[in-house]
Unconditional design. Sequence first.
Length: 414
Amino acid sequence: MTRAEPDTVVELTPHGFAHGGAAVGRLPDGRACFVDYAIPGERIRARITDDRRRWARATVVEVIDPSPDRVEPPCPLFGPGRCGGCKLQHITPSRQAELLGTVIADQLRRIAHLEVPGDGTVEVLRPHSRDGLGYRNRARFVVTRSGRLGFRRARSHDPVIVDDCPLLERSARAILSRIRSGWSQTSQVQLQVGSDGGGALTVTGHGTSVPSDLPAVVHSPGGPDRRLGDPRVHLDVGGRRFVVSAGSFFQASVAGAELLVDLVRRFTAASPGAHVVDCYAGVGLFSAFLAADGARVTAVEAGPAACADARVNTAALPVEVVLADVTTSPAVAPPVDAVVLDPPRAGAGPVVVAWVAGLEPARVVYVSCDPATFARDARSLADAGYLLTRIVGVDQFTHTAHVEIVAAFTRQKA
């Protein structure tokens, strides 16, 4: 059977769903074909866009027999060649969550060679509204040559102008409508909105001016940062108020943060007086709640601004905030009862996992935003003597191909 050439249109029925949001089918020559904007089980016609020796990539041109889970996308910028921020708006949110659960389980099996505890399926919890819209309080924009804000085009580094985004909270959408143009000599703008609707910006560029009265931190390569006003917001999570400086990491939604906190507290199961090490602690989200539960917390964070926020957010609580990069294996006083890991998308990696295992905690709770790097680190934890006992997905980024994971590992006795 000859290979399909780029721009060839083929008919197929995808049977699976891949990390990254594409449905997976088989070409006539037997190779896997990753199809954007398709749903497993429906019969489609797709155009080949990338033809490789072992696999191909395609995009839907016609849906012959649609899935019952196919819906009209809520955003006019969704689709091939348009905004690449969302990849799953053509699927009902409940089905999105199910498919993301299969991705987590598949990556765990393929990369870690581990099975999901229980019946082999990963439950994915949904913290947001039924339609999955209006939840994001944070967004990072690129800037077009004309000085307009936008997101990356699907499967491209080119920007597409975005004047509105239905995933943003109402207050964030209102701010976007005011700041969407005038960004000359700017490469990137990040908006963070607080629970009171106030916003702060992180701006990057050469000789950047800020066409807004919002407080901001301005990064000019080769020069010192400039602060305009007080670039901090306040976020209310689970009855606690958190100060978050512009540029400090925080979860993309309050509802998502509250669900993650609940899972981390339950999976850590720290008894009063237990010593918990919170790695990649950020502004102290998990540390504050674990300490309020009675644990003694060592919060390790590499960002100076986030550390300063964490000290404010955990004041009067038994939390020691340590400014350090976890990859340097900072000194932590034993004994350690539990470790919480919440690394960036790249994961913790073997050096950090080895350091964690050397602390000999009874439990490790891993919070991840990437199933592949989580699976890699899960394998390392298993090799270090830790058993995966619980795993849950959190659909914190509805309509995108991203999913959060919270997993618990228990140390096996020698």
